[in-house]
Design a protein around this ligand. Structure first.
Ligand code: CP3
Length: 339
């Protein structure tokens, strides 16, 4: 097995810098579109054989050094009892928002093997096929909570912040319930064979550091603490999180995910003896080849003092990115980092 990714997560020496890309399985690949043409997104998420197929695509086509389970962070929210819909071009929708204690009481903390057995089946099948490590994942509680409270994606997060500031008890109750469910869910993924686990905190960056510390971070810490016993790398990615970095490094994660808004060398000075993952702007994949390679060389150079560096984008790959450009990046990382 190619274990370069796992070694980098543990801060061990590697022959080259491993690379994977957040949202690497998805719409920018014609091969994904072909599979997706026959089923809805949720049907795809619940069909282990199809999930295996699309998880493998970026490994085979682009030569990534790690695979990420094909699923969605919101699958767990649906399993907790929040009906979930995806409308073409509109993103996720929760028609029944969680804005009072009665609605929260209707959510459950499910047995992960029962309620999301299709995810665990996907993991078991993938482990038979893969020659690179498999990353399992979940949404961080704050990010999941925003979807349940807002009823979908949001730009201003009015309802979320209204609840935080006018009914903090309800907000904390919701966060506790999501946290409990997430611990069971990620533990089940580890038991099924996930070799690393990532928490995606896509919306952490909308919080002031003082609020992140009270309303979001303690729940991330609790989840990561309960997963330590599995002895696999734990990754925490707070999108737009440069201003939260001092706090994020106390999350308990072995690997700190970085978005592109921070200089990687500056981040590494703060992160110390932990690995970093990141952090090229996803849109920089559009640069002409020589400029893209130069940018990658600069980033690798900026990360030379890291206690482990996993090359990644600063957020998910955009759906209109030409796959050839992603391939140029993968090849450049492998070639330019080769030691
Ligand atoms: O990374 C991977 O390749 C694994 C699969 C994966 C998906 N979603 C597949 C997906 C992962 C890790 C996620 C995480 C996820 N889902 C996050 C956190 C990461 C981030 O990007 O911030 C969030 C916030 C979600 C919720 C979600 N799912 C949204 C907002 C959307 C709509 C996105 C859009 O651009 O329209 C989804 C749908 C989704 N999840 C797609 C994929 C491939 C597109 C679905 C389709 O085929 O139409």
């Amino acid at each position: 097995m190619n274990d370069t990714f796992l070694k980098a997560c543990r801060g061990e020496k590697t022959d080259y810098t491993p690379i994977w890309m957040m949202r690497q399985a998805g719409r920018y690949l014609p091969e994904y579109q072909k599979v997706r043409g026959n089923v809805t997104f949720l049907e795809l998420c619940k069909s282990p054989e199809l999930c295996v197929e699309v998880t493998l695509q970026p490994i085979d086509i682009l030569n990534m050094d790690a695979a990420i389970l094909f699923s969605d962070i919101l699958i767990l929210m649906e399993a907790m009892g929040a009906p979930l819909e995806f409308h073409e071009g509109k993103g996720p929708i929760f028609p029944k928002t969680i804005r009072d204690q009665a609605a929260l009481d209707r959510l459950s903390v499910p047995d992960a093997d029962e309620a999301t057995g299709f995810v665990m089946d996907t993991i078991r099948l993938l482990r038979k096929e893969l020659r690179v490590p498999l990353i399992g994942f979940a949404g961080a509680p704050f990010t999941c909570a925003t979807y349940l409270i807002e009823g979908g994606s949001s730009k201003v997060f009015w309802e979320t912040k209204k609840m935080m500031f006018t009914n903090p008890e309800l907000f904390h109750n919701l966060m506790s319930k999501i946290t409990e469910a997430t611990i069971l869910y990620l533990a089940a993924q580890a038991r099924a064979g996930a070799q690393a686990l990532q928490l995606f905190d896509s919306w952490a960056g909308i919080l002031a550091p003082c609020d992140f510390k009270v309303f979001a971070l303690p729940y991330v810490q609790k989840i990561l603490q309960s997963l330590k016993k599995f002895d696999i790398p734990l990754i925490y990615f707070a999108n737009n999180g440069a201003t939260l970095l001092d706090l994020s490094i106390t999350s308990g994660a072995d690997v700190i995910g970085l978005d592109w808004r921070i200089n990687i060398g500056d981040a590494i000075k703060k992160v110390g003896k932990r690995a970093v993952q990141g952090n090229i702007d996803p849109f920089a994949l559009l640069l002409p080849k020589d400029q893209l390679r130069k940018r990658i060389a600069d980033l690798l150079d900026g990360a030379k003092d890291a206690h482990g560096h996993i090359f990644n984008l600063g957020h998910g790959i955009h759906q209109f990115t030409p796959p050839e450009q992603a391939k140029i990046a993968v090849d450049a990382v492998h070639e330019l980092s080769s030691r």
